[in-house]
Design a protein around this ligand. Structure first.
Ligand code: HEC
Length: 109
């Protein structure tokens, strides 16, 4: 009896883990798509900044300068904009912005 319960528990746990992993992979893909369609024109597909973006004053996302900024600071800039950086608070949901901040973290070198 006990063995069967353990097996059921292990199976359910394994399914939950696989499900959670695929969900987070999905969220990362969604953020990547969003980044490429809305942000890459200025910030570059690699986060280092396009020629246009750099001219406007965008900073390289791979550097300690940007990676050293708190999540709250990054999401505030995305939400409210800053100088030539457009604001996205009206067009993106808070969870989209959270996903974009997580995606920006993947540029860390
Ligand atoms: C029209 C060009 C443009 C677009 C499009 C754009 N940004 Fe920016 N972004 C900038 C500029 C310019 C700055 C620098 C603002 C400053 O400090 O003066 C900036 C700053 C930032 C910063 C703060 C770090 C830094 O580089 O100073 C973050 C984070 C950021 N943008 C994220 C995003 C995200 C996410 C998107 C897409 C949803 C996006 N940006 C779209 C131009 C752009």
């Amino acid at each position: 009896m006990k063995t069967i319960k353990m097996q059921v528990f292990a199976t359910v746990t394994a399914i939950a883990v696989v499900f959670a992993l695929s969900l987070s992979a999905h969220a990362q893909n969604a953020s990547e798509t969003l980044y490429k369609s809305k942000c890459a024109a200025c910030h570059g597909a690699d986060g280092a900044g396009s020629a246009t973006g750099k001219k406007m004053g965008a900073h390289d996302f791979t550097t300690a300068e940007v990676q050293g900024m708190a999540d709250a600071e990054l999401s505030t800039i995305i939400t409210n904009g800053k100088n030539k950086m457009p604001k996205y608070g009206a067009s993106l949901k808070p969870e989209d912005i959270k996903g974009l901040v997580a995606y920006i973290r993947t540029f860390k070198k």
